[in-house]
Design a protein around this ligand. Sequence first.
Ligand code: PPS
Length: 286
Amino acid sequence: MSYDHFYYKGFRFLKDVHTEESINHAENEFEVFDDDIYNITFPKSGTNWMIEILNLIKHKGDVTKSNAVPIQMRSPWYETTMAKEQIDNLDPPRIITSHLPQQIFAKSFFKSKAKIIYTLRNPRDVIVSLFHFTKIVNLFTPIENFQNFIDYFVQGETLYGTWFDHVKGWMQMKDDERFFYITYEELLQDLRGSVVRLCKFLGQELDDAQIDLVVEHSTFKSMKKNPMSNWSQSDILDNSKGSFMRKGISGDWKNHFTVAQSEYFDKIYQEKMKDFNMSFFWEQSS
Ligand code: PPS
């Protein structure tokens, strides 16, 4: 896949959406507040789903308040060039999104009491989701061949570095009390239970009816039909070519990978994750 990019400390960034200055600012100058909440992911891992959930929790299930602005502005990606104004408009506690790898995340975070929610997803489904997404983003020239796309993914030509390094980098914080991690698949399996756990981590007390509202408005079905949450109002996507809210399931990789591709990916996964001391359910189920 091709796109205009540049490197910052070895990580790839998308020209115009990011600049050297915006990334440098994000790493070295951005001021983290103690009550900030950071929604961090490798792309296509459930970023927008978590934006929806966290904003609904903040507003105790009130979808009108939570959806006051379109999802792409609600919890800005703070490393982007357009984020500053959007972040200035956020009410506390600020819910801020980022795809940055841990190595170049805001230095001031590490001296703060701010919290991070890190969402991960089966990398095979990340590949599939990204493969389709690249076809609808105006800034990308997509790769049509799926094998070539797998290579693009594993060789680290993706924005923000590789999935493997992103996960290994962020998961170093797994025992830190400011860090909460969850998988996309856990959200799918038990959305309500996940919302309850998130509330506990955030110190937010919602009653049962409020939790029900958070769940109701953050399902795939609700978000897909909600123009404030489905990216239909974004000018960087060509919605005539496909939908941002594509399938919202786990295991779609089985409809895309051949057996040979699955084995190929598995080998690379084992190699790249061999020094990592955690295992994920997808390592058994693939
Ligand atoms: S991005 O571009 O990196 O911000 O994309 P991201 O939001 O991380 O991931 C997009 C995928 O998440 C799916 N999605 C959901 N799945 C289930 N339930 C809900 N509510 C939901 N919201 C978003 C979205 O459909 C993309 O996955 P795929 O597999 O492509 O459908």
